[in-house]
Design a binder for this molecule. Structure first.
Ligand SMILES: [Zn+2]
Length: 213
């Protein structure tokens, strides 16, 4: 059984609607959003204004979700996070509020999780979310979680800084992308990297998840 949920990525001028089939309860989604914020900060580099565009943040969220699934299964797997489209089947709702366009001074994301009140009008609920009429939401939703995150990358992979789910070694941390690059590189580069890291083997056949999400 999945825990289906709608995810809204919203700023004061636009809203992108996403949907996922599994694990939209808070125990999964709270650490998920926190790691995602680090991942997004890494993705955008010094183009921090991208962290204020719902369309870009939603695209990074789908990419992040894909990497989690690849890390879990190490095989082809579509991301569970997807555009909602016509799907109308949910128990939970998440609203990720990001700042107005190009406000990059001190970027704070606000995340709220809700339980859907069964039988309430979901079309009216979506309308209220899109229009920013949050005072109406309690008719449709019961809030379970409310927290803020500052998207900052505190550093993951020692080589490239990637902080996401595809870290395959701890201490020093290395991501699967760097491992693949190493595998393709010549003996000299490989030997140099091994000297820097002083760990063997650098490349394991199967990725090991750094932490449970
Ligand atoms: Zn890396």
């Amino acid at each position: 059984m999945g825990t289906r949920g709608e995810i809204y990525v919203r700023n004061p001028t636009s809203t992108v609607e996403l949907w996922r089939h599994y694990d939209t309860y808070p125990d999964y989604m709270v650490p998920y959003f926190k790691l995602f914020a680090q991942y997004a900060a890494w993705c955008v580099g010094n183009q921090r204004h991208w962290l204020t565009y719902p369309e870009d943040v939603a695209a990074m969220l789908i990419a992040f979700d894909y990497e989690i699934h690849v890390g879990d299964m190490f095989g082809p797997s579509p991301p569970d996070m997807r555009p909602r489209g016509r799907i109308n089947d949910f128990e939970k709702v998440w609203i990720l509020d990001i700042p107005a366009l190009n406000e990059v001074e001190d970027i704070v994301w606000r995340v709220r999780g809700f339980d859907h009140r069964y039988g309430s009008d979901e079309k009216a609920m979506r309308n209220a979310i899109r229009k920013g009429q949050d005072r109406l939401l309690s008719k449709y939703l019961k809030k379970t979680v409310d927290f803020e995150i500052r998207p900052e990358n505190s550093g993951g992979c020692k080589l490239c800084g990637y902080p996401g789910p595809l870290i395959i070694t701890e201490n020093p941390a290395m991501c699967v992308y760097c491992a693949l690059r190493l595998r393709r590189s010549d003996d000299f580069v490989r030997a140099e990297i091994q000297r820097v890291f002083r760990v063997l083997p650098l490349i394991s056949d199967k990725p090991v998840r750094k932490k449970e999400i």
